[in-house]
Design a protein around this ligand. Structure first.
Ligand code: ADP
Length: 281
């Protein structure tokens, strides 16, 4: 025997169950859409990479030839330089998108090897300086090697990214200082600029995907907000950390800390002891 009250209760329960089912379905749909987006990102970046590599290679060769050609009007030389520069930029953006999609799938791995961090920093500074007109990159270090264990190419990417940002966000030009040193049981490399700085409230979010600080307005300085996210993930894969100190209107210092390679004979394992990045950081 059921009363009218029981019916009301049964209806209420049924309504809640229906709502829960609806929510579960919507949640599943949202997850499917995210997976599809990630898949699209990965396919698009892969597909774009091949023609872009050809374009970049040829633009580079063209610029080299153009620079040797003394008959070539200055205007043409500038145009070839611009094509090369923008192809490089596109290629960096595609590489970042590929890294994002690898990270999302937990597939960004590092190849471990032993190398001198100090030599790497010096080489990167020497390589970036000729491409800069308004900035001077200063290199501060002692001559003593600083041996770390990690992925040299990936750490080079980290440093290039930080120097790139230091240059990009100090629009007036000026000095960018790059320092590498050892501190207790770790090594660090830091990049300091005297540019626009970062508002304090944005600092905790800087390493999040697609995050850009609130003092960047519109298209004033272009960017996708993924460079620092990738930096942090790479450094974390090395068992290190990254830190930022900044003052609005004065400048910023980004510091990467890495564990030092201990002097033991243990065999190096590729990717050993490394956490895979979480799929949804
Ligand atoms: P992007 O530069 O493409 O926007 P990043 O992930 O490299 O992306 O940086 C995230 C944000 O952090 C930037 O949009 C900018 O607001 C801020 N930022 C990074 N480096 C600096 C810097 N050296 N000076 C000032 N702001 C910076």
């Amino acid at each position: 025997q059921y009363t009218a009250e029981d019916v009301t209760l049964a209806e209420e329960v049924a309504q809640r169950a229906a709502l829960a089912l609806d929510n579960a379905r919507l949640y599943q749909e949202a997850r499917d859409a995210i997976a599809l987006r990630d898949q699209f990102l990965s396919i698009a970046a892969h597909e774009l990479k091949t023609p872009l590599t050809v374009l970049l290679g040829n633009a580079q060769a063209m610029e080299r030839r153009a620079r040797r050609d003394e008959q070539l009007p200055e205007r043409e030389l500038r145009a070839v330089h611009l094509i090369h520069e923008q192809a490089r930029r596109l290629s960096r953006m595609i590489a970042a998108l590929l890294d994002i999609s690898r990270l999302e799938q937990g597939k960004l791995s590092i190849e471990r090897g032993r190398f001198d961090l100090q030599a790497l920093v010096r080489r990167v500074v020497d390589e970036v300086q000729p491409g800069l007109t308004a900035h001077t990159v200063e290199y501060l270090a002692s001559d003593e090697p600083i041996i770390v264990e990690g992925d040299e190419l990936r750490l080079e990417q980290v440093l290039q990214n930080l120097i790139g940002n230091a240059v990009k966000y100090s629009v007036q030009g000026g000095v960018v200082q790059v320092q590498v040193a050892r501190q207790a049981d770790r090594a660090y490399m830091s990049v300091t600029d005297h540019g626009m700085g970062i508002p304090a409230e944005d600092i905790p979010h800087l390493f999040e995907r697609y995050y850009r600080a609130s003092n960047i307005h519109g298209d004033q300085i272009t960017g996708m907000g993924i460079g620092l996210y990738i930096v942090k993930e790479i450094v974390t894969l090395h068992g290190g950390s990254v830190d930022v100190a900044s003052e609005l209107g004065t400048g910023s210092t980004f510091t990467v800390y890495l564990p030092l390679r201990h002097n033991t004979d243990e065999t190096m394992q590729q990717g050993g002891g490394v956490d895979t990045p979480s799929s949804n950081p």
